[in-house]
Design a binder for this molecule. Structure first.
Ligand SMILES: C[S@@+](CC[C@H](N)C(=O)[O-])C[C@H]1O[C@@H](n2cnc3c(N)ncnc32)[C@H](O)[C@@H]1O
Length: 203
């Protein structure tokens, strides 16, 4: 059951697969943001697209609580936030074809070679996330880290069920390539370069 004014939800029990629409009060498209941080992107998207159901997953307790409090203060009813490891959630807890979109913005780059195994984008994660996307579902990715971008590009290329599409898409809400996550806003001020990819799951 949701808590913090109906915003936070608990991760499923071990070995349980769920359709995340069950976290919301009504059927309809569900989008997942992995590593939602302070929740800036989720907040803006939930306010602008009230027809969407948005689930944010965040591992860091501090940011998870911050984001949930923020959604509650705005009285949003179409956002849920879960504290869990998103890799485990995607690999073991989602049913197929349940996500209308997947948002992954500024995933932790783990720059040291000995830490590369901690990177979110690994072949098994990408395969599981692709299964969880609905046919026609969209996956948007942005990073400011050139080396991680090259890594992500290579891992994504192994997924035959995904076709590359334009990142910018007004109908999807991405205008002037701006996603407006907290990190994007901060890094834009610093003049950093962004690397972006978007994919559509083939029907
Ligand atoms: C660099 S921040 C980016 C936050 C946000 N996406 C943005 O663009 O402002 C990465 C976030 O992902 C979270 N994170 C990293 N690995 C995660 C995982 N396996 N599951 C859930 N959250 C994760 C971190 O705690 C952090 O808040």
């Amino acid at each position: 059951m949701p808590t913090i004014d109906g915003i936070t939800v608990s991760p499923p029990d071990a070995d349980v697969r769920i359709d995340p629409v069950s976290y919301f009060g009504s059927p309809g498209p569900v989008e997942l943001e992995i590593g939602c941080g302070k929740g800036g992107f989720l907040l803006r998207r939930a306010r602008e697209y009230s027809q969407l159901r948005l689930l944010g997953i965040e591992w860091a307790n501090k940011y998870y609580r911050y984001a949930a409090d923020r959604m509650a203060r705005w009285g949003l009813t179409n956002v849920r936030i879960m504290r869990t490891d998103a890799r485990n959630f995607v690999l073991h807890h989602l049913v197929p074809d349940c996500l209308a979109a997947l948002h992954t913005y500024h995933p932790d780059p783990w720059p040291k070679k000995r830490h590369h195994k901690r990177r979110l984008f690994q072949p098994d994660f990408v395969a599981a996330a692709t299964v969880a996307l609905q046919p026609g579902g969209r996956w948007a990715i942005q990073t400011d880290h050139a080396d991680y971008f090259a890594w992500i590009t290579e891992v994504m290329a192994g997924q035959e069920r995904l076709e590359p599409i334009d990142y910018e898409d007004e109908a999807f809400g991405i205008v002037d390539n701006q996603t407006q996550t907290n990190y994007e806003i901060k890094y834009l001020r610093e003049g950093r370069h962004f690397y972006r990819l978007a994919f559509r799951k083939k029907g």
